[in-house]
Design a protein around this ligand. Structure first.
Ligand code: GDG
Length: 467
């Protein structure tokens, strides 16, 4: 079996406390590495004025970690700058928030080149290389320029926007071109795959072979949807354990007979947190009998706080929260409880299970793993109801959720009302159908099917150097 080399912006070395990083990628890759031996290469998360050009090596069980430090300017330009201030908003259709700077883009390309230089020295000719996410789109092009002929795959965790949207970003043409240096590109949904293939065909006149393959300058790149899943069994085990944690006990005690609605998201404008609070406000205004009978708990761990748009979102969320709780709360009842720290997975799992409604209403989301975790955590005899944005990749699979448009707070408010009124029989029927999909397409399916296709040499590109 070839060695698996995973490359991602952040490398998450397992943390015995279980708190770890709150990011979806860390959760997903942990599962993938249980099956495959290999190397995980990426940023250590540290900055230093004079970082080594060689990675720091750490061995943990069957995975070797190779960690690169960044300079403060690298972090500013590559990570906070181009990746998170230009690419992220563009790919989430927020063109008004996308801030392009030439210096940031140059920093993004520079870090990709320096990662490629360090990685190329560590790879063996038969390694399967699996690159993750929008921070590292040009990595394959840089590796090919160094002469690597390995099979290289890329998985894009966030939406791939329509060509008309992506094309507004300076640098987008070059990035699209560098996609063709991968052998396999995975995206979350068929719609994303279609957007990316159309982009390459429109921009370069590439030809399409069959449904999935585009051919550009003689190189074949297969572009397909591989919807990411969760570790269903592991998550259910955690959810079944008795809620020993203080936070769970206090939540149960403070709820009393009230019903709980839960939201769990990184504090990110793509997740629609203030919009969701306003939908809950609308629900309380339209259903005054429900005041005092339901609590909405929003867990929103702070994220990317060095990026100005995130600081601004944090202010908006706090203001919206304060306004709604001030206007509608009563002594002894706070309508929205809002916390910005991260909790252990076991606490999340217990809270999901207690909650009658899971409110997952991103404005745009690649997949959204919280939606799947919420469903997996439910009690099969008395499951809760998932309300899910039509703009989350998960909505393509979980069609038995209440699918809503998060831009319409009246529609979301009505879905909350209907979810709270749904009888047990219907809740069970919907839950069973969603659970089947979540189990069939779990994280092992995702990693196995991507890697199987990446390793498949049928119709492959000939091993050749690019000049
Ligand atoms: C990106 C894409 C795609 C959240 N708060 C805490 C915590 N979390 C965990 C959740 C879940 C994960 O973080 C978040 O995953 P999402 O998928 O919801 O969102 P992103 O972080 O934006 O992830 C997304 C994903 O990549 C995978 O491809 O689905 O579309 O944007 O697992 O449970 N975990 C802990 N404490 C928290 O407070 N321990």
């Amino acid at each position: 079996m070839p060695r698996l080399v995973v490359v991602s912006n952040r490398v998450a070395i397992p943390d015995p406390t279980g708190k770890g990083s709150a990011g979806g990628l860390a959760v997903a890759l942990k599962e993938a590495f249980q099956a495959y031996r290999g190397l995980w290469f990426g940023w250590s998360g540290r900055v230093s004025a004079h970082p080594s050009l060689e990675p720091k090596l750490v061995d943990k069980g069957n995975v070797h970690y190779a960690l690169m430090d960044l300079t403060p300017i690298d972090r500013q330009e590559y990570y906070n700058g181009f990746a998170n201030r230009a690419l992220w908003p563009n790919m989430h259709y927020r063109l008004g928030l996308s801030e392009f700077s030439r210096a940031d883009y140059a920093g993004y390309l520079r870090v990709n080149r320096s990662f490629a230089n360090a990685l190329a020295r560590m790879t063996r000719p038969d390694d399967l290389i699996w690159v993750h996410d929008y921070h590292l789109i040009p990595l394959a092009a840089e590796l090919r320029a160094l002469g690597l002929t390995n099979r290289i795959g890329y998985f894009h965790h966030i939406p791939w926007p329509a060509p008309e949207v992506f094309g507004t970003l300076p640098g987008s043409r070059e990035l699209l071109r560098s996609i063709a240096d991968y052998d396999l590109v995975g995206v979350q949904t068929d719609r994303d795959a279609d957007n990316l293939r159309r982009g390459i065909v429109q921009e370069f006149g590439a030809t399409q072979q069959g449904t999935d393959v585009v051919v550009l300058d003689g190189r074949r790149t297969r572009i397909k949807g591989f919807p990411i899943g969760i570790d269903v069994k592991g998550f259910q085990q955690v959810a079944r354990r008795s809620p020993a944690h203080r936070v769970v006990a206090q939540t149960v005690a403070s709820l009393g007979p009230r019903r709980l609605i839960i939201g769990v998201d990184r504090l990110d404008y793509s997740k629609g947190i203030p919009e969701r609070m306003e939908a809950f406000e609308r629900f309380l205004i339209s259903n005054p009998d429900q005041r005092g009978n339901v609590t909405f708990l929003q867990i929103a761990p702070t994220s990317r706080s060095e990026v100005p748009e995130y600081a601004s979102l944090s202010r908006t969320a706090s203001e919206t929260l304060g306004r709604i709780n001030g206007a509608l709360g009563e002594p002894g009842w706070v309508p929205i409880q809002y916390v910005t720290s991260a909790y252990p997975r076991s606490v999340l799992a217990s809270l999901y299970k207690i909650a009658r409604v899971g409110l997952v209403t991103p404005m745009r989301d690649g997949m959204n793993l919280v939606a799947k975790e919420y469903v997996a955590a439910q009690d099969p005899e008395d499951p809760g109801v998932l309300i899910l944005s039509k703009f989350a990749g998960a909505a393509q699979q979980l069609t038995d959720a209440f699918i809503v448009n998060p831009n319409d707070k009246f529609e979301v408010a009505e879905a909350i009302r209907d979810a709270l009124h749904m009888d047990r029989e219907e809740r069970i029927a919907r839950w069973k159908r969603m659970m089947k999909i979540i189990e069939d397409y779990d994280v092992s399916w995702w990693a196995d099917s991507f890697l199987k296709e990446l390793g498949d040499r049928k119709g492959t590109n000939k091993a050749r150097r690019r000049v």
